[in-house]
Design a protein around this ligand. Sequence first.
Ligand code: KG4
Ligand code: ZN
Length: 345
Amino acid sequence: MKKHTADGDVYILAIESSCDETAAAVVKNGRQVLSNVISSQIALHTLYGGVVPEIASRKHIEKINQVIESALKEADMTLEEITAIAVTYGPGLVGALLVGVAEAKALAYAAGKPLVGVHHIEGHVSANFIENEDLEPPFVCLIVSGGHTHLVIVKDYGEFEIIGRTRDDAAGEAFDKVARAVGLGYPGGPKVDKAAQGGNKHAIEFPRAKVGDNPYDFSFSGLKSAVLNYINHAKMTGEEIVVPDLAASFQNAVVEVLVTRTVLAAKEYGYDKVAIAGGVASNTALREGMKEACQKAGLKFYYPSPVYCTDNAAMIGVAAYYEYIGGSRAGWDLNAVPNLKLGER
Ligand code: KG4
Ligand code: ZN
């Protein structure tokens, strides 16, 4: 069993730059967010219909010091008062990650503070601890982001057993691709979510993929193809595409699969707590669907506020706290690991 409390107060300055958000936060004793500053590059990447890695790196280097300065100021703290510096070192875009890692190393070295490297996905899961005081491992967590779809058992802080994963596209990726195909643009998830609110989720019957031998694995490429075929067919025959209906029907197909498999996992593995994490966890239909299904199944359902679902540094600070008190320290040779796997160090 790992250590779960510290002797004195622990203040973590956390940095996150793995994709298109430059973010810094100060987190006290693991669960109290003193500041959470996010500089989003969405407007910039919208021009290109998606994240352009090199542009993301350049923007991170431009913004990072201002974001950190604001995070310290908002928390009313100086660098000297911080206990440790934490940074996301993977997975993500290598050039983007390197900006955060280099910055964190320089700050930690100059201020003589310990450095903690954080796994981005562990950060997403940890977002659930911010507003749910009573939540402690073990629990089942569905992680749905732009690059990941994992069903895991959080056995302890920072300890995961992956029981299901996507075989092809991530859930967020499917949202982004479908949004582009129907002309909703980037970022796809929030736009599909919004469009779906005025639509009929039973208007179009899209497939729910079953994946071979593992009942907890996912596949979204067949669903994505079905949506693209529907659009092409409608265009060829001159049928009108009702975007809200299409968005709601697609979203419903994704949500149904995510909810059913997560609840099944909780029941089969014998856990009574379920959490969701990652950008797609801010999806209205997923939150509602999961809430309803958990209630029916007698499971306690936890979810972060939308601002803690999408990329932010507060979640990195929370994960870093548990890593820190568990004794984890990064060396001065810490590097970005773009394809870092969950559970790897
Ligand atoms: O976790 P995140 O901010 O970044 C990654 O680590 O990937 O997730 C971004 C993903 C994108 O694919 C975005 O379209 C999706 O999360 N997303 C949503 C919603 N908000 C963000 N998907 C569905 N509904 C939303 N409301
Ligand atoms: Zn993320």
